[in-house]
Design a protein around this ligand. Structure first.
Ligand code: JD8
Length: 403
């Protein structure tokens, strides 16, 4: 059996008036990927597509104002050149134009761009590029054009942004990063920041490496690392603890509960568990007997996630260590009555599973034996009713192995 045929290289064309600015792409992982034929990066000098003695690429802005604007003709000829070069099939690249007003560049966008066979980057300078170049690329050349910003600060041109984007996208191309495993637990890959890392010596400058990391107990290490990731994300980037999900057309944000959410959460819990009480013909349901203090305390002792749509609290779920150090307990999963049956419960369940520590191998939850909708949703999600009796009468325990 010969080696796997290598996928065609991802082609990347960059047009700029400062080709040397892209020299770093000859180095390190991206440089190696180019040598290995995984990436085909080509840098073009925009001035090569001018015809005057001064190789002019800019002129004064119509309507007046400071600075200069990049002329359309050199860009048109540069794009024609890129599309004509080694392109017998007449394929079309996705054109990415960095700009401070563009859509934010994120890991999700990097993953999307990494799936493209051909990317072209147009590096602007001065005040930017004549707007008609964007229209020409879309309408005349039929290119998908994305204006993308590296971040909310002002650079002098697009080159720095292209360096960052080509590196972030290139390293996601299969084979560029040696062990793709290391991509999994990276910051922004799953919405959480990275855990702290250490290497020899275990004692340095009077500072010790956290003992759990020297324990060899992989379950405990994974749990510690996950807790560190959650804590760091909550401390440094609480905005990242939001994930979005579309229900009834409006985005739903999932975030970690805080003390300020207690009153709303108590109302949501009561509303949803009255439904359970009716379905199971019992008021003997712990959630119904929780006081505000109980809900408050639970936010400290468990990981409570809230789903909000347009600011309205529409769902919640609570997670905590289960019956063993490889079991994760998922509880208090609820969705407001008017939004049930639209996948939000499944989404909250996936979020609860997805944020479980690395060492977790099983998920456990409890629901009413006569809660038909819940049971259907859990079974569809891979849960099975456990032999073991449920902790409360009239309820059942469901368990699922983590894949
Ligand atoms: C492309 C020209 C400079 C921008 C007048 C300063 C991206 N996150 C980002 N910040 N700035 C850029 C960026 C800046 C650029 C160009 C990208 C082309 N400039 C201009 C408008 C104000 N000067 C960027 N990605």
């Amino acid at each position: 059996m010969g080696a796997e045929p290598q996928a065609p290289a991802m082609r990347v064309d960059v047009v700029t008036i400062f080709p040397d600015y892209l020299a770093p792409l000859d180095l390190s992982l991206i440089g190696k990927a180019r040598e290995d034929g995984l990436l085909d990066v080509r840098v073009h000098d925009l001035r090569d597509f001018t015809h005057d003695r001064h190789r002019t690429v800019d002129d004064t802005p119509y309507g007046g104002g400071a600075g200069m604007v990049m002329k359309p003709q050199p860009w048109s000829e540069a794009l024609d050149h890129v599309l004509a070069q080694d392109n017998p099939s007449g394929a079309k690249p996705r054109l990415v134009v960095p700009g401070p007003g563009g859509q934010p560049f994120t890991q999700a966008l990097a993953r999307e761009l990494a799936r493209e066979p051909w990317l072209a980057f147009a590096c602007g300078r001065y005040e930017g590029i004549d707007e008609r170049v964007y229209d020409h690329a879309r309408e005349d050349l039929g290119l998908e054009v994305s204006v993308v910003s590296l971040g909310d600060y002002v650079l002098n041109g697009g080159e720095v942004a292209v360096l960052a984007m080509v590196e972030a996208v290139g390293r996601l191309v299969p084979g560029v990063i040696g062990n793709a495993e290391s991509l999994v637990e990276e910051s922004h890959e799953d919405g959480l920041l990275e855990y702290p890392i250490y290497t020899k010596p275990s004692s340095w400058n009077g500072r010790e490496v956290p003992p759990v990391l020297l324990s060899g107990n992989h379950g405990a290490i994974a749990e510690w690392r996950h807790a560190q990731r959650l804590a760091r994300t909550a401390a440094r980037r609480p905005d990242l603890l939001h994930a979005s999900h579309a229900t009834d057309g409006r985005d739903v944000e999932i975030s970690a509960a805080t003390a300020g959410d207690v009153p709303e959460l108590a109302v949501l819990t009561r509303a949803c568990w009255v439904q359970e009480a009716l379905a199971n013909d019992t008021l003997d349901i712990p959630a119904l007997h929780e006081s505000l203090e109980d809900v408050r305390a639970a936010i400290d002792t468990t990981q409570t996630w809230l789903a909000r749509s347009g600011g309205r609290l529409v769902g919640a779920v609570r997670t905590s260590p289960g019956s063993s150090d490889t079991d994760w307990f998922i509880g208090r999963l609820c969705v407001v009555p008017d939004l049930q049956g639209r996948g939000l419960g499944r989404h909250l369940l996936e979020h609860a599973e997805g944020t479980a520590p690395g060492g977790i191998r099983t998920f456990t939850l409890v629901t009413g034996a006569r809660s038909a909708d819940n049971l259907r949703m859990y079974k569809k999600a891979g849960y099975r009713v456990a032999e073991a009796a449920a902790p409360i009468p009239g309820a059942v325990t469901l368990v699922k192995r983590r894949r």
